[in-house]
Ligand binder design. Structure first.
Ligand code: PRT
Length: 112
C-alpha cells in the first residue's frame, strides 16, 4: 500500500474526475460514453463487475479480486455520480452505522 495517500483520498479524487468527465466527448472518455448510454447500462456494469469480483474471490484469485474490486468501485462511483449521490453521502451513512453491530441492527428490524 502507498502509505502517503489515504485510500479515501484516492476515491475522492476519482469522484471529482468522474464528475468532470461525465459531459466530455464519449469518443475520448469512457466515463462520458457510459453516461451517454444511461443509468441502466451503468447499473448493469456495476452488477457485472460485482459478479466478476465474487468469481475471483471464490477462485482464490487475489490479483483478480483486487482488479475486479477496482472496476467495481470505479463503476459504482460512475453510477452514484449519474444519480447525484456524493461519496460523502455514503460515508455519512457508514458513520451513522458506526458502532452498531449488524446482529443488533437486524434484530431491531425484526421487532418492527
Ligand atoms: N478508473 C478507471 C477505470 N477502471 C476501469 N475502467 C474502464 O472500464 C472499462 C471496463 O471494461 P469492460 O471490458 O468491462 O467493459 P467494455 O467491454 O469496455 O464495455 P461493455 O462493452 O461491456 O459495455 C474498461 O474500458 C476500463 O478501461 C476505467 N476507466 C476510467 N477510470 C478512471 O476514470 C478517469 C477518466 O476516464 P475517461 O473518462 O475514459 O477519460 C481515468 O483517468 C481513470 O482515472
Amino acid at each position: 500500500m502507498n502509505d502517503t495517500v489515504h485510500p479515501l483520498a484516492t476515491l475522492a479524487r476519482l469522484e471529482a474526475t468522474i464528475a468532470q468527465r461525465a459531459a466530455a466527448d464519449p469518443s475520448s472518455s469512457y466515463v462520458a460514453k457510459l453516461n451517454a448510454r444511461g443509468v441502466p447500462k451503468i447499473a448493469q456494469k456495476v452488477g457485472e463487475e460485482a459478479v466478476e469480483a465474487v468469481i475471483a474471490a471464490m477462485a482464490d484469485d487475489r490479483a483478480g479480486l483486487i482488479g475486479e474490486s477496482a472496476d467495481l468501485l470505479f463503476h459504482l462511483l460512475v453510477l452514484l455520480n449519474a444519480k447525484g449521490i456524493a461519496l460523502s453521502d455514503i460515508t455519512d451513512e457508514l458513520d451513522r452505522r458506526e458502532g452498531v453491530s449488524g446482529i443488533v441492527e437486524k434484530a431491531s428490524r425484526k421487532e418492527d
